[in-house]
Design a protein around this ligand. Structure first.
Ligand SMILES: CCCCCCCCCC(=O)SCCNC(=O)CCNC(=O)[C@H](O)C(C)(C)COP(=O)(O)OP(=O)(O)OC[C@H]1O[C@@H](n2cnc3c(N)ncnc32)[C@H](O)[C@@H]1OP(=O)(O)O
Length: 147
């Protein structure tokens, strides 16, 4: 999905060579999936992914989830043309349930669970080797394009 909107965002921007370059995809009618391989320098405790990195990946994937769901609901094509809105993070709450090891990919599964006029509440689970290692609730707020 991020391939059609080329941005510099640290989380998803395909034009940010120092960024995380995450990619989000629909995986069913309600859920978007992101798979991300931590790099050795994303470490916190020995062998364990730094929690702030997990929060960063969740943050960006949740914004794409809110945006993709809103486009779907509004009949807006995500075809690379500039969108008339952006989503920003209002609140990000992560529960860390198990340590995530640094040498295995993470799988994020997110969906919009509640939607107001401009607010979308996104739930995201973070899995590693099929085990839930984190769970997050993110509030995404739709705003005017920022640039
Ligand atoms: C195309 C490329 C895509 C790239 C993806 C980029 C991902 C990047 C993600 C980020 O890092 S964004 C940067 C970090 N976030 C910010 O800088 C946001 C800073 N905060 C703001 O700009 C404003 O506070 C904000 C736009 C979030 C809200 O201000 P508003 O005055 O527009 O909100 P308003 O009070 O009208 O509330 C609108 C709705 O949002 C809800 N809301 C607003 N702020 C909230 C908050 N902080 N926590 C929870 N809910 C919040 C509010 O309750 C309400 O919900 P309901 O309609 O259901 O009542």
């Amino acid at each position: 999905m991020q391939d059609v909107i080329k941005v510099h965002c640290f989380g998803c921007g395909s034009l940010n060579e120092r960024g995380l370059q995450i990619k989000s995809h629909w995986a069913g009618p309600e859920e978007l999936v992101c798979r991300w391989q931590p790099q050795p320098f994303h470490i916190g405790h020995p062998g364990v992914v730094y929690g702030g990195m997990i929060a960063s990946v969740v943050d960006c994937h949740a914004m794409w989830t809110a945006m993709a769901a809103h486009c779907r609901d509004s009949g807006i094509e995500m075809d690379g043309t500039a969108l008339p809105f952006a989503y920003v993070t209002g609140k990000l709450s992560v529960s860390y349930l198990k340590p995530a090891v640094i040498d295995q990919p993470l799988e994020l599964r997110a969906r919009v669970v509640d939607k107001g006029e401009r607010r979308s509440t996104v739930e995201c689970v973070v899995l590693q080797r099929g085990q839930e290692c984190a769970r997050a609730e993110v509030i995404a707020v739709r705003v005017q394009p920022l640039a």
